[in-house]
Design a protein around this ligand. Structure first.
Ligand code: AMP
Length: 436
């Protein structure tokens, strides 16, 4: 399958070629023809699979034909849970639409209203928005949805988790019933399924990979830790690994992110924090620095780091485990972008056994326990016997499971010269064409 087979507008094919993409990713190969045929779709796809282009390319294709309705309002509306993701979606719209004359506007919380009012009063082809701020503008009667043709919900599960469900429905109800609706989400079950029943018409379900097949390019490792001091020492040691190009370190709270970033900075690491208490300007500056390679370690909270797509992220380190299993999947998806390989390390103490189990159940993968010589835990909180059938199911995979004895895999070589560790080639798979 090539992009040419997908019958996209020549200007879009040109932009795809400019981006260096040669073949559609599986989600693109499935979703693009369905969207072009006019179907509503609900697709389960993680970030890193090329899902943005999967909806953006057919959306832009639609915009290559003029609207039959005479108005200036948006023809495509994309809702995202966070400002960061909205910014990336906006960048994608500009990238793939650069050979067509499109007006793309983003309406995000934390930005001044007067500028947004001005943008909304002109012609808008693609509007990318976070739900809260968009509702404000709808309530003030500043948006004309009369020519809206397509509504796209990106990371719908996350919008639900963040309490945006009512806003999303209200926005959908403000758009014409004739619209085409596309829903992208990590999972399609439960509340997402219910939302889809309300907002989508006879949708095609697209599932690119079974849950357990995901993230095969990311080696997941577990390190048991005794206490905070042990965690800190391990982290410092890991940051000396020369294979670590850039890392995102996740903490449980904004305060912890600040404190840890300060500590790391004081220890001489190029580190900074990213969290929701920072103003948008500071967040943007930090992300730009990360993207340009001027920052090696980003210490972040879940929401702030959602959607970050930076090629150099070789490692994700869960300094604290997330509260929700879904967040684990989103976190580790910050590495191993677009076919690259990555390493996701999780620290876990005896207090974390329940969430660890939930994560493993959610991903369907047991996370292999590793130790580093000199940094072994005093005690291993989990019994060495396999906990469930799933342990065995995944044994034998490269970089996969615990040793046959069930004991943590020992890994003296991590960051030690002259010794090899599994999968240390890290970014050998980078094709150099994936930057977006
Ligand atoms: P996403 O899943 O939308 O966050 O995309 C992940 C990354 O894949 C982005 O950096 C895109 O630029 C890149 N990408 C999207 N489609 C392709 C493709 N067909 N070939 C190579 N890279 C792609």
């Amino acid at each position: 399958m090539s992009f040419e087979n997908l019958k996209l507008h020549p200007s879009i094919l040109q932009a795809i070629a400019d981006s260096g993409y040669t073949v559609p990713t599986p989600i693109q190969a499935e979703a693009i023809p369905a969207v072009l045929a006019g179907h509503d779709i609900m697709a389960s796809a993680q970030t890193g699979t090329g899902k943005t282009a999967a909806f953006m390319l057919p959306a832009i294709h639609r915009l290559s034909t003029p609207s039959a309705v005479k108005s200036k309002g948006p023809r495509v509306l994309i809702l995202t849970p966070t400002r960061e993701l909205a910014t990336q979606v906006n960048d994608a719209a500009r990238k793939y639409g650069k050979h067509l004359r499109l007006n793309t506007v983003s309406i995000l919380g934390g930005m001044p209203y007067p500028l947004q009012n001005k943008l909304l009063s002109g012609y808008v082809d693609i509007l990318v928005a976070t739900p809260g701020r968009l509702i404000d503008h709808i309530d003030r009667g500043r948006i004309d949805f009369s020519r809206l043709e397509m509504l796209i919900l990106d990371e719908a599960d996350r919008m639900l988790d963040m309490g945006f469900i009512e806003d999303v429905e209200k926005i959908a109800n403000a758009t014409p019933a004739s619209r085409q609706t596309l829903l992208f989400s990590a999972t399609l079950d439960g509340n997402i399924g219910k939302l889809a029943t309300r907002l989508l018409k006879d949708p095609k379900r697209i599932q690119v990979a079974a849950q357990q097949d995901r993230h095969e390019n990311i080696e997941q490792r577990l390190h048991y830790v005794d206490d905070m001091a042990h965690k800190s020492r391990l982290l410092q040691h890991m940051l000396t690994d020369i294979d670590l190009t850039q890392a995102i370190v996740f903490t449980a709270t904004k305060r912890d992110a600040d404190m840890l970033a300060e500590d790391l900075f004081a220890q001489g690491h190029s580190a900074a924090a990213l969290h929701g208490d920072m103003n948008q300007g500071a967040r943007n500056r930090t992300l730009t620095k990360l993207r340009r390679g001027g920052l090696r370690v980003l210490v972040a909270t879940d929401v702030a780091a959602r959607g970050i797509d930076v090629a150099g992220i070789s490692h994700v380190i869960n300094f604290d485990l997330p509260k929700f299993a879904e967040d684990y999947v989103h976190r580790i998806g910050r590495t191993g972008r677009a076919g690259a390989t990555g390493i996701a390390v999780s620290f876990a103490s005896h207090k974390d056994m329940q969430i660890l189990q939930r994560i493993e159940r959610f991903t369907g993968q047991a996370i292999a326990a590793h130790t580093i010589a000199g940094f072994e835990p005093k005690r291993v909180p989990r019994p060495s016997a396999p906990r469930s059938g799933q342990d065995r199911k995944f044994s034998g995979k490269p970089g996969g499971n615990r040793s046959a004895s069930g004991q943590p895999r020992r890994e003296g070589g991590f960051a030690r010269s002259g010794e090899k560790r599994p999968n240390s080639g890290g970014f050998a798979h980078h094709s150099g064409r994936r930057h977006g």
